[in-house]
Design a protein around this ligand. Structure first.
Ligand code: SF4
Ligand code: F3S
Ligand code: FES
Length: 248
């Protein structure tokens, strides 16, 4: 696809901005990030766009392209019809610093609140043994590149900014699930999942799973099993009795 395209890009700073149209050359095999770089090299040298690896692995280049949350470095230009205007806007859920760059630091603040892996001190290095099923489950969650496209698209924070402090979003609920399901983690994370990370806000819309560039089955393999574990704890007759008599 050699030729030209109309790139409609959000330009602005500190909450103010507008869409600006540019005509940019496109070469065979290019991705949206290539065209943004060409734009930077020509008509808009001050365009702010975050990127690092250009290989779908650093999670930096998250934007919305024609309204869909995507990685700019993994979105090929031949996805669009000839002559189609390609609109690139910053992720809608997070505050815009400038142009296409968002402030995603609220996500990292939530990440720091998660108690770290807590193995039994009696298990010494070299004694850990995991079944292949447990390894595979952990590996799926570990594919996350922290692009935050899942958090960007989740309506719980996208439409209700005030939920940001109490809802960690799918990315970090998945981290809680990862640790909760780890066979060598001894902490019970079901209470904090519900009370501090907002698991109850998730109504399983699966939008997070749909946009994940790593194809992680966030909802089916992390969020729903975590909800089931929380429900087991809540309705466990012994736990219920313990709560009634003030033991837990
Ligand atoms: Fe990105 Fe997927 Fe990780 Fe969410 S779970 S941050 S969409 S890689
Ligand atoms: Fe949000 Fe994903 Fe749940 S999009 S509502 S966290 S299934
Ligand atoms: Fe690293 Fe796109 S530049 S994921």
């Amino acid at each position: 696809m050699n030729g030209e395209t109309t790139l409609r890009v959000w330009r602005g700073e500190g909450g103010e901005g507008r869409l600006v149209d540019y005509t940019v050359a496109v070469e065979e095999g290019e991705v949206v990030l290539d065209v943004l770089h060409r734009l930077q090299a020509t008509a808009a040298p001050d365009l702010a766009v975050r990127w690092n690896c250009k290989a779908g692995k650093c999670g930096s280049c998250s934007v919305e392209i024609n309204g869909r949350p995507r990685l700019a470095c993994m979105t090929r230009m031949n996805l669009f019809a000839p002559g189609e205007t390609v609109t690139v806007t910053p992720m809608r859920t997070f505050p815009v610093i400038r142009d296409l760059v968002c402030d995603v630091s609220a996500n990292y603040r939530k990440a720091r609140e998660i108690p770290s892996f807590t193995p039994d001190p009696a298990t010494r290095p070299g004694e850990f043994r995991m079944s292949q099923a447990d390894v595979q489950r952990q590996q799926e969650f570990r594919k996350c590149i922290e692009c935050f496209l899942c958090n960007n698209v989740c309506h719980v924070i996208r439409d209700h900014e005030d939920n940001t402090a109490h809802f960690s979003g799918p990315r970090y609920l998945m981290r809680v699930a990862e640790l909760e399901m780890h066979p060598y983690d001894t902490a019970d994370r079901r209470k904090i999942a519900q009370e501090e990370f907002g698991l109850g806000y998730c109504n399983i819309t699966k939008c997070c799973t749909e946009v994940c560039p790593e194809n992680i089955q966030i909802t089916d393999n992390a969020l729903i099993p975590l909800k089931e574990r929380v429900a087991d704890r809540r309705y466990d007759p012994l736990v219920w009795l313990g709560r009634r008599i003030g033991l837990r």
